[in-house]
Design a protein around this ligand. Structure first.
Ligand code: C2O
Ligand code: CU
Ligand code: CU
Length: 662
């Protein structure tokens, strides 16, 4: 073990003597990397899919083919059912996986512009999350590898490129990602043909059957794009035959900006069994459903009580983000009770009564307000729209790795957030707010300061129950949610899921930093994360959150590495890089404990690890610091596996351990 004291002293000396300058190297080496991920040799996926996004011609409706952007897939490993299309012939793909399975998606971008694939609602390491910083150029590939560690539920995937998400999703790029698990199986819900997804999207077609999207004007984007027709599973006037028995309907609003108020034409209430993050604990009833972009609501419906030949219609009213009810200006079937039928079930066959769904659908660990580190002072996200900008806390999306101080959280902590849509200036609209990599609980919804029938109507159908990754925040409301950040560290996103708002910049990075804990409470086996620094313990044994030490002091500095899942069990070289802030020079720690200028062409490894575990700790220094080591240091730790030990393969902690010695 190197002598940390020596390490720091040498650092100061080296910086002065070498005047080694390479700040930009440090930047590219860290989380701003756009390097394209390749397959990991011993990842051994349970499911491997080749997925391509390309321009295609699809017959959506009579009158000629429509040019769409679509995902095409093929299963390379695993059950053939792992990849299919909705209703077997639509352009909307479905990936099916079970919890715990390892997924590899070999993605090829055959589009004329850059894209990424984001796995909405699923937890995974930063690099696989489809963040716009990992833009995949036309013609390039990116291999996504992750372990499904979400509960059974209706998740989805879609592009997330900088400022182009709205365009790409609108033109056809979105798919379902259905996760199953044993708990879901135990609930004995309708399966196979009786487990139906209903994907609602609005589109506008020109006379040649081509899609029409909005222009580049900021004002149009502020309003969000709502189409003239509402499609279900890619079809206008979606009609299907249904058996007289129970069905599980997975209703998903995949529109760019419109919200819908749904009801059955025959007046039956909806029996809700699940939301964004999977099954509820117990079913609940609602007369109407209000569903905003990106939300999923699962309902259980029994058709046994209806006669063969009878047609049951699902009606929808369409609301723009400004809460204008535009149902009557849309075209399609005739208006019924203020809505238009968007899906029709024509009943057939003998009645097979299935009574009711199980009373206990699932159980999940409670997420309690008492666990929050900020029970009394919610982290506020103020929504506002002014001068052509849609903002979060007065900011629009900036540089790919820009993170403000109030956008940093700690992994594995529980926080209360408050989305406040009550800006005294600017325009008030409904914003469906989404946070990556978490499933939260909605705690409370204030009484809106805005009064309107539309607001009341939509509000009565909102489903805040269960685990959610999107929450509707209506004009004038404040909504509090409670979330536990996953063990994955790195840069994720918070944004409005009106895709035009997201593209306008109503999106901010969210940096999940390493959990800073006392080392004796650090548990092994954290799930896949990038390399992290576990924390510094100050002289009194307490945790130094700011990592400030007043010399002389006794310090123990440890670094922890949680390798990415595919790297567990592999041999690795550990790299320690030290940035000296006053000179902006970069140094590395050698195996003999010496500091040398960092050279990306010839990486020097500090330590060899024969087989990476889920969590590794390395003691970097243990001892006392004296006053002649004053200064500010940024410590990064990283690793590279096996043969691929080059700078581009280094996996670093996104956040350095900053040590200030006073
Ligand atoms: Cu559907 Cu950033 O998300
Ligand atoms: Cu998402
Ligand atoms: Cu919005």
């Amino acid at each position: 073990m190197p002598d940390r004291r020596q390490f720091l002293r040498r650092a100061t000396v080296c910086a002065a003597a070498l005047s080694f300058q390479n700040g930009s190297l440090g930047q590219t080496m860290l989380h701003t990397s756009t390097s394209i991920a390749a397959a990991t040799a011993d990842f051994n996926p349970d499911i491997e899919i080749a997925l391509t996004a390309r321009v295609a011609s699809v017959n959506l409706r009579a009158g000629g083919a429509t040019t769409l952007w679509r995902y095409e897939g093929a299963v390379l490993t695993g059950a053939a059912t792992a990849f299919s299309y909705l209703d077997s012939n639509s352009h909307i793909p479905i990936i099916r996986a079970s919890r715990g399975q390892k997924i590899r998606v070999r993605f090829t971008n055959a589009l004329p512009e850059s894209t990424t694939v984001h796995w909405h609602g699923l937890h995974m390491v930063q690099k696989m999350d489809g963040h716009p910083m990992y833009a995949i150029a036309p013609g390039a590939t990116f291999v996504y590898e992750f372990v499904v560690d979400n509960r059974a539920g209706t998740y989805w995937f879609h592009p997330h490129p900088h400022e182009r998400t709205g365009y790409q999703v609108y033109h056809g790029l979105s798919g379902l990602f259905l996760v199953s698990d044993s708990e879901e199986a135990a609930a004995q819900l309708p399966q196979g043909e009786k487990d139906l997804a209903l994907i609602i999207q609005d589109r506008t077609f020109d006379s040649g059957n081509q899609l029409v999207y909005l222009g580049a004007r900021r004002q149009e984007r502020m309003q969000g794009f709502s189409g003239q027709q509402v499609l279900v599973n890619g079809q206008l006037g979606y009609t299907r035959e249904a058996q007289r028995t129970a069905y599980r309907l997975r209703i998903f609003n995949a529109s760019n900006a419109s919200s819908y108020l749904l009801k059955w034409a025959h007046g039956q209430a909806f029996r809700i069994i699940g939301t964004d993050g999977g099954l509820l604990e117990e079913a609940l009833e609602r007369q109407t459903l209000s569903i905003a972009p990106a939300e999923r609501i699962e309902v259980w419906v029994d058709f046994a009580g209806f006669a063969a030949g009878q047609e049951l219609q699902l009606l929808a009213e369409t609301y723009t983000p400004a809460l204008d009810n535009i149902t009557s200006s849309q075209s399609g079937a005739t208006l019924i009770q203020g809505g238009r039928p968007i899906a029709t079930f024509r009943l057939a066959g003998p009645a097979t009564s299935t009574s009711t769904p199980p009373t206990r659908l699932s159980t999940y660990p409670p997420l309690l307000l008492s666990e929050a580190i900020n029970q009394q002072s919610a982290r506020r996200v103020q929504l506002s729209m002014m001068q052509g900008n849609a903002m979060l806390n007065g900011r629009i999306y900036g540089a790919m790795d820009e993170v403000a101080d109030d956008e940093k959280v700690r992994a594995q902590t529980v926080e209360v957030w408050e989305f406040a849509n009550d800006s005294p200036v600017g325009m008030l609209m409904a914003h469906p707010m989404h946070v990556h990599n978490v499933q939260f609980r909605v705690l409370s919804r204030s009484v809106s300061s805005v009064q309107s029938t539309q607001l009341q109507t939509l509000r009565s159908g909102i489903v805040d129950e269960g685990l959610k990754d999107v929450v509707q925040v209506l004009p004038g409301e404040r909504v509090k949610v409670l979330m536990r950040f996953e063990p994955h560290t790195g840069i994720y996103l918070t944004h409005c899921h009106i895709l035009e708002h997201e593209d306008l910049g109503m999106m901010r990075n969210l940096l999940v930093q390493t959990a800073l804990r006392k080392l004796d409470t650090v548990k092994s086996g954290g799930a896949a994360t990038t390399a992290v620094i576990a924390g510094a313990i100050s002289a009194d044994g307490g945790l130094s959150v700011t990592n400030e030490v007043t010399a002389p002091a006794r310090v123990d500095i440890h670094a922890g590495i949680s390798p990415e899942t595919g790297h567990v069990g592999r041999a690795a070289g550990i790299v320690v890089v030290l940035q000296l802030l006053h000179s902006n020079s970069w140094l590395t720690l050698t195996a003999s404990g010496e500091l040398r200028p960092f050279n990306s062409a010839a990486i020097e490894f500090y330590k060899e690890i024969a087989s990476l575990q889920n969590y590794h700790e390395i003691a970097l220094y243990s001892g006392s610091l004296t006053a002649n080591e004053k200064g500010v240091f940024n410590l990064y730790i990283g690793y590279a596996v096996d043969a691929s030990r080059s700078a581009s393969d280094l996996i670093y902690s996104a956040e350095p351990l900053t040590l200030t010695v006073r």
